[in-house]
Design a protein around this ligand. Structure first.
Ligand code: UD1
Ligand code: MG
Length: 452
């Protein structure tokens, strides 16, 4: 069985922020949540997060996860941090140690690390510039003998380029014993987790090493600079995956995915688009520049023109959206629907072949098939206290600049004259309008300027 301990007690002084470091977002999600999600994908028997003083917000923010949270106060080093979690762990398990500020560790790398659960397994990396990291010290037979922190290292040891990423696993009962014997007689006066390596070696426990599939998986965050760097690396990585799947990206450096983007075949995405939550794009979907799509399904053949905003909506096959369209939560468009510039749709269903191409608000509305909603049409859905529905049946033509005061129904095949305010049901196949008759006053004079 697997137990996971996530260290997240560090102050994060260099973030210069009131928010605990591990709650800063990468790709729209708190750093710690990335680690939590990866942890959960390994189906651990127990997960324990070690958080720091003043960070009550950490357990609160992560309350949806089946994990326990222990406070480490004061913070006396990584070994001391893991000690805090030990009462939560199961003896007949393997414990994996992860870090709340190393967000992008991937499942495949961890599975590789955990292949021999009876060993002490270290995730290591060879770096051109290893400064600041603990060094992996090996004997003549190339077996790991210890980890030495940079501040405690000799000149010779500092020359070693294989570093400790911090991520490791060990049989829980051994880890428990080793942690109980830690001392803090070192350069930093801390209880080093890394000291367990020499203990394992002296007890004849096998120490194995493996490496991450990508260097970015083990990059830690200490500052906004590092956060921004890792964000770009992660975005590039996601863009690369899309390109490899056959998606056309106008510029792979100018797309941001803050969640999960699932693309079918021959999708094209122009520059500056942001995808949040889970978004699916069907075959041949084209997304115009600077479009923001959150938690939505866009079906095959849809074209979205630039600067459109779509949230919690479904867009049916071959529909045409934008430019400057806004689909708010609860929008369901069937096939071949056109929503044009400066049209806002909320909590509404629009059936096939219907169009609202210019300057409209459609809220809490059901629109049938083949309806034309003229420019400037407004559904007046809110009376100041409650929201009401507007029903527009099939084959209706709504003239421009119409107000539909809900609750109201426009029956099948009816035509509404431009500039009407409709407050009562409009009957089938008739022309309904509510406009004053046009009059002409002959001989009327425009006012003239008074002489000074
Ligand atoms: C640690 C390792 C070092 C490794 C490096 C990788 C030790 C002694 N050293 O060094 O070998 O190369 O990480 O980045 O383990 N933390 C707590 N409580 C504490 C101290 C730390 O929760 O009391 C957490 C921090 O929030 C951080 C992580 O543990 O997420 C590592 O702590 P940090 O002080 O950055 O470790 P280093 O000294 O850099
Ligand atoms: Mg430290």
């Amino acid at each position: 069985m697997l137990n996971i301990v996530i260290l997240a007690a560090g102050k994060g002084t260099r973030m210069h922020s009131d928010l605990p470091k591990v709650l800063h977002a990468l790709a729209g999600k708190p750093l710690l949540q990335h680690v939590m999600d990866t942890s959960m994908s390994l189906t651990p028997g127990k997960t324990c997060v070690v958080y720091g003083h003043g960070g009550e917000i950490v357990p609160k923010t992560m309350s949806q996860y089946p994990a326990s949270f222990v406070l480490q106060e004061p913070q006396l080093g990584t070994g001391h941090a893991v000690q805090q979690a030990m009462p939560e762990l199961q003896d007949n398990s393997t414990t994996l140690i992860l870090y709340g500020d190393v967000p992008l560790i991937q499942k495949a790398t961890l599975q590789k690390l955990l292949q021999n659960p009876e060993h002490l397994n270290l995730l290591t990396l060879t770096m051109k510039n290893p400064s600041g990291y603990g060094r992996i010290i090996r004997d003549k037979m190339d077996k790991v003998s210890s980890i030495i922190e940079e501040k405690d290292a000799t000149k010779e040891q500092r020359a070693v380029t294989e570093i400790n990423t911090g991520i490791l696993s060990a049989p829980t009962h051994l880890l428990r014993n080793w942690l109980n014997s830690l001392k803090n007689n070192n350069a930093q006066g801390e209880y080093y987790l890394t000291d367990i390596v020499a203990m394992a070696v002296s007890e004849g426990i096998e120490v194995s090493t493996s490496q991450p599939d990508h260097d970015w998986e083990v990059m830690g965050i200490n500052s906004k600079v590092q956060l921004a760097e890792l964000e770009r690396i992660w975005q590039s990585e996601q863009a690369l995956r899309l390109l490899q799947q056959g998606v056309t990206l106008a510029d792979p450096q100018r797309i941001d995915i803050r969640g999960k983007l699932i693309c079918a075949r021959d999708v094209e995405i122009d520059v500056g688009c942001i995808f949040e939550g889970e978004v699916t794009l069907g075959n041949r979907v084209k997304v115009g520049a600077y479009t923001v799509i959150k938690s939505s399904n866009i079906d095959a053949g849809v074209q979205i023109a630039p600067f459109s905003h779509i949230e919690s909506s479904n867009v049916g096959n071959n529909s045409i959206i934008g430019p400057y369209a806004r689909l708010r939560p609860g929008t369901k468009l069937h096939n071949d629907v056109h929503i044009g510039n400066f049209v806002e749709v909320k909590n509404s269903e629009i059936a096939s072949g219907s169009k609202a191409n210019h300057l409209s608000y459609i809220g809490d509305t059901s629109i049938g098939s083949r309806v034309n909603v003229g420019a400037g049409t407004i559904t007046c859905n809110y009376d100041g206290a409650n929201k009401h529905r507007t029903i527009i049946e099939d084959d209706v033509f709504i003239g421009s600049d119409t107000q539909l005061v809900a609750p109201v129904t426009v029956k099948r095949g009816s035509t509404i004259g431009a500039g009407s305010t409709i407050t009562k049901e409009a009957p089938e196949n008739a022309l309904t309008l509510s406009r004053a008759k046009q009059v002409t006053i002959t001989g009327w004079q425009r006012p003239a300027k008074k002489p000074k």
